[in-house]
Design a binder for this molecule. Structure first.
Ligand SMILES: Nc1nc2c(ncn2[C@@H]2O[C@H](COP(=O)(O)OP(=O)(O)O)[C@@H](O)[C@H]2O)c(=O)[nH]1
Ligand SMILES: [Mg+2]
Length: 212
């Protein structure tokens, strides 16, 4: 049996959320479950946290290197988030999309706006909200041994980031992580089936009609 597949245009799946809403857990699970989906690994000038790995979590770069990449237009989008610089290396994303694979991004609202401006038709954006502010605070506390002052700043940032939800195509409230994973997978499945992304449809259907 030959495997039939209609040639498809790769899409860009953006996940944004305030820190602590569960985005990393969700994106890792989706990456494991989905074929034809690559993760965009960003560059950042912030220091690696314990447990973070070069090239898996981020490419950790100096500020000089970051500014060089910006000037050389090697970043598809870039932004200062809180106290550090972040950006999406362009070459990897373009290679994956050209090969018909989808690419997932964990970027903030500033980066999402830039991608929207440069690639609206290929972009699918999802905002992940925590189920409540209490739960967000609990998750942020669980993760670090921060002082009260640092904790207050993290909550204020989360609140700022959260205000950007209306700029996204989809919103998932992460009450139950397994359910949220299924919901994001459903978004991906539906978006892959959009008529205008299935660029091989004309020849596919013409081929069938010509066979009669
Ligand atoms: N615009 C943009 N934002 C990014 C990029 N990489 C990560 N971010 C965002 O920067 C923020 C801080 O990320 P991180 O330092 O990993 O801390 P986190 O809040 O614990 O996830 C998050 O909102 C990320 O989505 C990037 O390449 N571009
Ligand atoms: Mg992160």
């Amino acid at each position: 049996m030959i495997e039939l597949s209609v040639q498809r245009r790769g899409l860009m799946l953006v996940l944004s959320s305030p820190s602590g809403a569960g985005k990393t857990t969700i994106s890792r699970a989706i990456l494991r479950a989905e074929d034809d989906l690559a993760m965009s690994v960003s560059v950042t000038t912030r220091a690696p946290r314990p447990g973070e790995e070069e090239a898996r979590d981020y490419y950790f770069v100096s500020e000089d290197e970051y500014h060089r990449m910006v000037a050389a237009k090697e970043l598809l989008e870039h932004a200062k988030v809180f106290d550090n610089y972040y950006g999406t290396p362009r070459a990897h994303v373009e290679r994956e999309l050209a090969a018909g694979r989808d690419v997932m991004f964990d970027i903030d609202w500033q980066g999402t706006q830039q991608l929207k401006a440069s690639a609206r038709g290929d972009l699918v954006s999802v905002f992940i909200l925590p189920p409540s502010i209490k739960e967000l605070e609990r998750r942020l506390r669980g993760r670090a041994q921060d002082t009260e002052e640092v904790m207050r700043r993290r909550m204020a940032r989360a609140s700022d980031e959260m205000s950007h939800w209306p700029e996204y195509d989809y919103v998932v409230v992460n009450q139950n992580v397994d359910e949220s994973i299924e919901q994001v997978k459903s978004i991906l499945t539906a978006e892959r089936l959009r008529r205008d992304r299935q660029v091989g449809l004309v020849s596919f259907v013409n081929g069938m009609r010509g066979e009669n």
